[in-house]
Design a binder for this molecule. Structure first.
Ligand code: ATP
Length: 250
């Protein structure tokens, strides 16, 4: 069943030329879809539309069969309960003056989700491989990779239907990145994810489907295995050629 459907979407920022043109793809429930493309290809803009931060001027986005009504505050309230995001920078996205417990339970309060928030936070922090006593500590007491784990715990604590990840491992060093990719792989088995990255290697490792963007258009889309085996578009071929080889044993 389709959870997210992007239909002929076009978008331009106020003054400029189109940044996205005729974008169509679907995200089946339970799938991991990677949006990949070089800097400036329109990935972040597309993610903004998926988050409801902007609305497309052309086409439409359907979530669970109904149009995403970015301008309706009532709709967005319920949409935010079902969709969470993880961003690139684990340093700026965590408030340094708050304990991890407060950071992770923030979506539960914002969304007025009832229940034992501490227990839910304990479950989420354990799911990302950190000890429950981490909840009593502050962001500066953790490494970059651990902070990104905390950001992931915050994204999954409200059990969203969809997680949108924007360059969520790009800022991490190689070995930390591999561990966080492994973590995403584990948690993504239980949910639907759209994973935005310029790094084809990361997307190939995590996603069962790939959508390749170039200058605001989809140049190739399909199952990861098919694209890896026989990339059709020269742009995809060059992205694949740019995957760095992982050092042995890392
Ligand atoms: N707020 C904005 N106003 C005007 N133009 C913008 C704005 N944000 C992005 N753009 C332009 O839209 C195009 C797509 O940018 P976008 O950030 O979506 O690409 P991207 O693939 O996510 O790149 P990166 O990986 O560098 O973030 C670029 O040409 C960019 O200059």
């Amino acid at each position: 069943m389709t959870l997210l459907s992007v239909e002929n979407v076009g978008f331009s920022y106020r003054s400029g030329k189109p940044v996205l043109e005729d974008i169509s793809f679907t995200v089946p429930r339970g799938a991991n879809v990677g949006l990949v493309g070089e800097s400036g290809s329109g990935k972040s803009t597309l993610l903004r539309l998926l988050l409801g931060l902007d609305s497309p001027q052309k086409g439409r986005i359907l979530f669970d069969g109904a149009p995403l009504e970015a301008r309706s505050s009532g709709y967005m309230r319920s949409y935010r309960k079902r969709v969470q995001a993880v961003f690139q920078d684990p340093y700026s996205s965590l408030d340094p003056s708050h304990r991890i417990l407060r950071i992770i339970t923030e979506p539960l309060r914002a969304l007025k989700i009832p229940g034992d928030h501490r227990q839910m936070a304990t479950k989420a922090i354990t799911a990302v491989g950190l000890a429950p006593d981490s909840l009593e500590r502050y962001p500066h007491q953790f490494s970059g990779g651990q902070r990104q784990r905390i950001a992931i715990a915050r994204a999954i604590v409200a059990r969203p239907d969809l997680v949108l990840a924007d360059e969520a491992v790009s800022a991490l060093d190689l070995s930390t990145r591999i561990r966080v990719v492994d973590l995403f792989e584990e948690i993504s088995e239980a949910m639907t994810m759209v994973f935005v990255s310029h790094d084809m290697g990361v997307v190939a490792a995590l996603c069962d489907q790939i959508v390749v963007l170039d200058k605001g258009r989809i140049v190739e889309a399909g199952l990861t295995n098919d694209i890896l085996r026989a990339p059709k578009h020269p742009y995809t071929q060059s992205l694949l050629a740019s995957i760095p080889r992982m050092p042995a044993g890392s």
